[in-house]
Design a protein around this ligand. Structure first.
Ligand code: NQM
Length: 358
């Protein structure tokens, strides 16, 4: 495990994000040493991550660590880490549903889970939240196949589908789905819903912040004062959601919502939290879909609810379909389809440890 020998790494796309995937046994067991190593591998802190493999964007500065399961009802353990781009910070406080899509294929590639001929169904223990997700991976002839006809908005071309299912993710991070006990609160005079159905999210009406909710991400990022206003609301929402001081955290996320304009259920633009997502975080989309079925939420009032269980959440790159099995506000299960792809398998070489004099 010496830095100069390189560290075995799978570089994977999961949904609309990218992550370096490691086996836990290839990384230091000490958390501080591990995080220091990951910062040096990804090239943080640096806006361009020029001296590492990170992409200079939070969506391409992610890590998944895989290990044999630590609970009987799972096949593999998955710890997600967000490596901040511009700060020397690594956090396990948020889960990631996009990278979850890469975990099944990677676990099979690394021999942690045996593949069946055809499809392999595996259960993934998400260490960040303690939830278990079921993934179905295409494995014709007992090998992972990345080729197929599934298309997700935000990714060019088609690929093999990875289906993901959860039977319990309400309150995954905050402990309860509505951490303040009510569907709507007011922060600084603005109506908001504080919700966690997989990802802690603050739901706001885009119009209440003076935007339409149809803007491009770069337009929102360039708006004078908008990011600061969103951050001020987020800092107040964190303690109300039981998350404490969230100044240095990547949660809660902030969703600016509007009525749908492309035939979907609701329109979203996400601050995650300091950049605006080019599409949408998947678990964040599940939290929005949950908001759509709970009377009294900011989302409920704007949503065009579907007849069935398929919620089409509009985002800057198109739509994501979230399937919610529910009776009114009672949600039994959630699912979504993603694709994933192995981009590189090899050794990664971290930047040297900084000398004390630097
Ligand atoms: O919400 C982005 C992503 C994510 C997280 C973020 C995610 C999710 O798109 O499940 O996938 O909000 O940081 O990878």
């Amino acid at each position: 495990m010496s830095d100069s020998a390189g560290i075995p790494c799978l570089w994977m796309r999961g949904g609309t994000s990218k992550a370096a995937v490691f086996l836990a046994t290839d990384l230091p067991s000490d958390e501080t040493a591990r995080n220091d190593l990951l910062l040096r591998l990804m090239g943080s802190p640096d806006l361009r991550q020029i001296d590492g493999i990170g992409g200079g964007d939070p969506l391409c500065s992610k890590v998944a660590i895989l290990a044999p399961p630590t609970r009987d009802d799972a096949d593999v353990d998955y710890l997600f880490l967000q490596v901040f781009v511009d700060q020397p910070r690594v956090t396990a406080a948020q889960p990631c549903g996009n990278i979850l899509a890469a975990v099944g294929p990677a676990a099979i590639e690394r021999g942690l889970v045996a593949a069946q001929d055809g499809q392999t169904v595996l259960r993934i223990h998400m260490r960040n939240t303690g939830e278990v997700a079921q993934a179905t991976v295409q494995t014709p002839g007992g090998q992972v196949s990345y080729c197929g006809s599934a298309r997700i908005d935000g990714v060019p071309r088609t690929h093999a589908p990875v289906q993901l299912l959860f039977d319990k993710i309400a309150g995954a991070v905050c402990g309860t789905m509505l951490p303040t006990g009510q569907p709507s609160d007011r922060i600084a005079g603005i109506a908001c819903t504080l919700i966690d159905h997989g990802m802690p999210v603050v739901l706001l009406r885009a119009a209440d912040l003076g935007v339409s909710g149809q803007e491009r991400p770069d337009t929102l990022e360039a708006m004078d004062g908008l990011g600061a206003r969103v951050e001020a609301l987020r800092l107040q929402a964190g303690p109300l959601m039981g998350l404490g001081d969230v100044k240095d955290q990547s949660i809660p996320k902030i969703a600016l919502l509007a009525a749908p304009t492309h035939g979907g259920t609701i329109a979203t633009r996400f601050f995650i939290p300091h950049r605006v997502h080019m599409s949408i975080g998947v678990l964040a989309a599940v939290s929005v879909a949950a908001g759509c079925v709970i009377p009294g939420t900011v989302a409920h009032a704007l949503a065009e609810r579907p007849e069935g269980n398929c919620f089409q959440i509009e985002h800057p790159a198109g739509k994501i379909e979230i399937v919610l099995e529910h009776d009114g506000p009672k949600i039994r299960a959630a699912g979504f389809l993603r694709t994933a792809r192995k981009l590189m398998d090899g050794l990664v070489f971290p930047a040297p440890v900084r000398p004390d004099t630097e």
